[in-house]
Design a protein around this ligand. Structure first.
Ligand code: SF4
Length: 333
């Protein structure tokens, strides 16, 4: 069927004292019901801003959508104001973040906040909302859930807080869950539990999930499809199988080579281009071992089909890799 969400040519900018930052610069992807799309990249890749753009929930500095469309269930959210999206946020689209601290109010008990969230979206009595809150807390794996209702957020461990935040995000049974590094701050055991939990709940609720992460181990664990971003642009996209099995963009290859042991993207030498005045052509050119003259002119390299269904890559080298003269020039044998 039709995708739940289709993002097309999304451009999101931030005004700063030094000029306009092109945080997201022409990004396309889609998410179907019951599907998890991971957006992967280093900090500065635009992955978080892409996810924030969907409901215009920008953290500082204030961002705005300069171009493109964000069609959610037939409705172009990009054409609406941030205020107009308040009713969609936390209702049909929920967010979970890396730091549950900020998402929970320290002044109120867990139960109060959860019951409030449930009653905001369903016309039910307090006692029924309370019962549902207990049910949600047990579903996210919180033991003795009814006793936890009276706890304040500071009385819970980090892992428990994260689970409460997920319960809050699920209280409205969202169609789309946007999770930005939700497990990064947690130890690996809890992280694995939460990823499993998200997958189970996704199967049950048929949610679409957008999962933002820099951790390729997490991607392998949870993604159906992957969007690899660099400097505000998509470099490669495809099924998790195709992208991991036959990575085609030099950036993706470099990321996967950095994987063993830590799964972090920190291992590629060089730095991101200036986001205020980005270079022409391929934005990865300064760090790419295959960079050629034609990589540095004109627009971003066109997307070419790679091995696999819907597997696409934006790279001049990839397009011409079968041409021996090019292979010679890039030093391959
Ligand atoms: Fe490297 Fe050129 Fe491909 Fe960019 S377009 S990744 S610089 S080969």
């Amino acid at each position: 069927g039709d995708p739940l969400l289709t993002v097309e040519n999304l451009r999101t900018v931030f005004d700063t004292d030094d000029g306009q930052v092109q945080a997201v610069d022409g990004v396309d992807f889609s998410v179907h019901r019951g599907e998890t799309v991971c957006i992967v990249g280093e900090s500065g890749s635009g992955k978080t801003v892409t996810s924030e753009s969907i409901t215009q929930l920008f953290k500082s500095p204030p961002g705005s959508i300069a171009d493109g469309s964000v069609v959610f269930d037939g409705d172009d959210l990009a054409a609406r104001s941030a205020e107009e999206l308040t009713h969609i946020r936390g209702a049909r689209i929920s967010h979970i973040f890396q730091n549950p601290q900020g998402a929970l109010n320290p002044v109120y008990t867990v139960g109060w906040q959860l019951i409030e969230a449930i009653q905001l979206h369903q016309d039910i009595k307090k006692d029924d909302a309370r019962e549902e809150a207990v049910d949600l807390l047990s579903r996210v794996g919180i033991p003795e859930a009814s006793a936890r209702l009276d706890d304040y957020p500071h009385e819970l461990s980090g892992g428990m807080k994260q689970r409460v935040m997920i319960a809050m995000a699920l209280a409205c049974q969202p169609d789309l869950l946007i999770a930005d590094e939700p497990t990064t701050a947690l130890d690996v055991t809890i992280q694995a539990q939460i990823l499993r939990l998200l997958r189970d709940l996704q199967a049950e609720f048929e949610m679409g999930i957008i999962f933002i992460t820099h951790d390729l181990g997490v991607v392998a664990e949870i993604a159906d499809r992957v969007v690899v971003m660099y400097a505000g642009k998509v470099m490669e996209r495809g099924s998790v199988y195709d992208v991991f099995e036959s990575p085609s963009h030099p950036y993706t290859k470099a990321l996967l080579e950095c994987l063993p042991g830590h799964g972090s993207l920190g291992g590629i030498p060089g730095s991101l281009p200036d986001p205020i005045d980005p270079p022409e052509g391929c934005r990865f050119a300064d760090r790419c071992p295959y960079a050629m003259e034609e990589c540095r002119t004109g627009a971003q390299p066109a997307f070419e089909s790679a091995a696999g269904d819907g597997h696409e890559v934006s790279c001049v080298h990839y397009q011409t890799a079968d041409d021996p003269s090019v292979l010679e020039r890039v030093g391959a044998d």
